[in-house]
Unconditional design. Structure first.
Length: 478
């Protein structure tokens, strides 16, 4: 049987299984908006752990970071450590904290605990949604690229096809479809990744010395070291990845969906450690490809080219299954997160009389809209990581400094409790801090200046603008 036929069969089987799962859980998901968004805050550790792993290891990590490794070599590693290592930081500092609550989004948490301003909530929601939308587009682009290499098919129809499947099963089952399909996908990612890396590093005999020698022969010795990379670039890449992840709704959403704080923390900690290892190895795969073939016209083909030329057909089928599972799990998670954000933070605060069933319908329709928009972004974007990086920079540079200032600059020494605002940030301090940080981070000054100026603006403006009375909010998780 040809590789093309195997790839088509695997794709069809996966799609049918995921659609069957979504049909089984759609009634539970439709019970309320809280069920659709965070499963009512009841998910056990095994679901949280595997949905974290599956969501983290998307096509962007398997295709995009291999492309970055091919282009810039070891200079991609600081971004990887920032992007993936931040999940460990998140687990240690924030996950247990977030797991105490049953908010639907990061924006809602900031609104209830820190600001009590629906304009700030909407701005935060819009920026965090940008990260999710970029991720959905990136998964489709990654799948389109590898499908084109393995089958010879035009990637654009494939991008559209995968997005249709993402949309349908996420539309039907919300977070329940996501976590149950992620359970299967996460297991596949963990098992098949070891096979993938085993074959990927065989061309350099699993040796950094051999890799460096081959890079030198290919005229790209500088890619095998960080010594020629400016310290400022290393810091920028690290902070961009780190702060962008801390503003990502999918990780906060998993914590709010966990049954308790320990479940939220442990799931993110284990998956974060796995992500640092796996994604760093994927970037190295791109460097290996550069060493053995420095003449690829498109860096996005780095990993598929290496697989096609150095592994047997059955392993290619395994690798394709791995990437299909990874991409679908990330796409559904981010698609669900984006639609939940838009409903919870851009519609709900301005239309408080809407019923749960109406909110679920809005989320379902926005799942379709976001999916279509993401398809277009995937088609017209030249780089998967470039798509992610802009969203990370914009959201991380504006939201995270305000979040950190809000959590540290408290009114009283009492712990944060749902329904009780305990921060000195004022609405105008939060609004301007987020906007200024985002704009400066995207400018030539970069995210390091954006983060610093955002924090200063938030504090200074809060000192000179009026506060708002704290009204009663939601109750904490039991």
């Amino acid at each position: 049987m040809s590789l093309s036929a195997i790839v088509w069969i695997i794709t069809v089987i996966f799609c049918l299984i995921f659609l069957w799962i979504s049909l089984r859980v759609k009634d539970t998901a439709s019970q309320s908006f809280s069920h659709y968004a965070i499963a009512g805050g009841t998910l056990p550790l095994f679901l949280i752990l595997f949905t974290d792993i599956a969501t983290i290891m998307g096509a962007g990590n398997f295709i995009g970071h291999a492309a970055q490794g091919y282009k810039i070599g070891m200079a991609d590693i600081p971004f990887v450590f920032g992007e993936q290592g931040s999940k460990i930081i998140f687990a240690i500092i924030f996950a247990g904290f977030a797991g105490r609550f049953t908010y639907n989004t990061l924006s809602e948490m900031m609104d209830d605990l820190l600001v009590r301003d629906k304009v700030t909530r909407a701005i935060t929601g819009l920026l965090t949604a940008c990260i999710m939308i970029a991720w959905v587009g990136g998964q489709a682009k990654g799948l389109g690229d590898i499908f084109a290499v393995f089958t010879g098919a035009d990637p654009i129809p494939i991008i559209m096809l995968f997005n249709v499947v993402f949309i349908i099963y996420t539309y039907l089952g919300g977070i329940y479809s996501v976590v149950w399909t992620d359970l299967l996908q996460g297991i596949i990612v963990v098992v098949f990744a070891f096979i993938f890396y085993g074959y990927a590093f065989a061309p350099v005999n699993f040796s950094m010395a051999v890799l460096q020698q081959k890079l030198a022969e290919a005229g790209a010795a500088e890619l095998g070291t960080l010594s020629n990379v400016p310290v400022g670039t290393i810091m920028k890449n690290f902070v961009t990845g780190c702060f962008g992840i801390l503003a990502a709704q999918i990780y906060w959403q998993r914590c709010f969906a966990a049954k308790d704080s320990a479940t939220a923390r442990n799931g993110m900690l284990i998956s974060g450690i796995a992500a640092v290892v796996f994604v760093s190895l994927t970037a190295m795969v791109g460097i290996v490809t550069r060493a053995v073939n420095p003449n690829l016209a498109d860096p996005n083909q780095a990993m598929p080219w290496l697989m096609l030329n150095y592994v047997p057909t059955w392993v290619l089928a395994v690798v394709y299954t791995l990437i299909l599972a990874a991409a679908m799990s990330s796409a559904d998670s981010n698609l669900n997160a984006a639609s939940v954000i838009l409903v919870n933070d851009l519609i709900r605060p301005f239309a408080p009389d809407k019923t749960d069933q109406e909110l679920v319908k809005y989320a379902q329709w926005l799942t379709i809209i976001v999916g279509v928009f993401s398809s277009l972004a995937a088609i017209y974007s030249s780089s998967i990581i470039g798509l992610f990086s802009k969203a990370y920079t914009m959201a991380g540079g504006g939201i995270v400094p305000v979040l950190l200032v809000g959590l540290l600059w408290k009114k009283t020494g009492e712990p944060f409790t749902m329904g009780t605002r305990n921060s000195r940030i004022t609405p105008w301090g939060a609004r301007l801090g987020i906007i200024v940080g985002s704009v400066i981070s995207l400018s030539s000054l970069g995210i390091l200046w954006g983060v610093a100026i955002s924090a200063v603006v938030t504090i200074v403006v809060s000192l000179v603008t009026p506060d708002v009375p704290a009204t009663e909010g939601p109750s904490a998780k039991v």
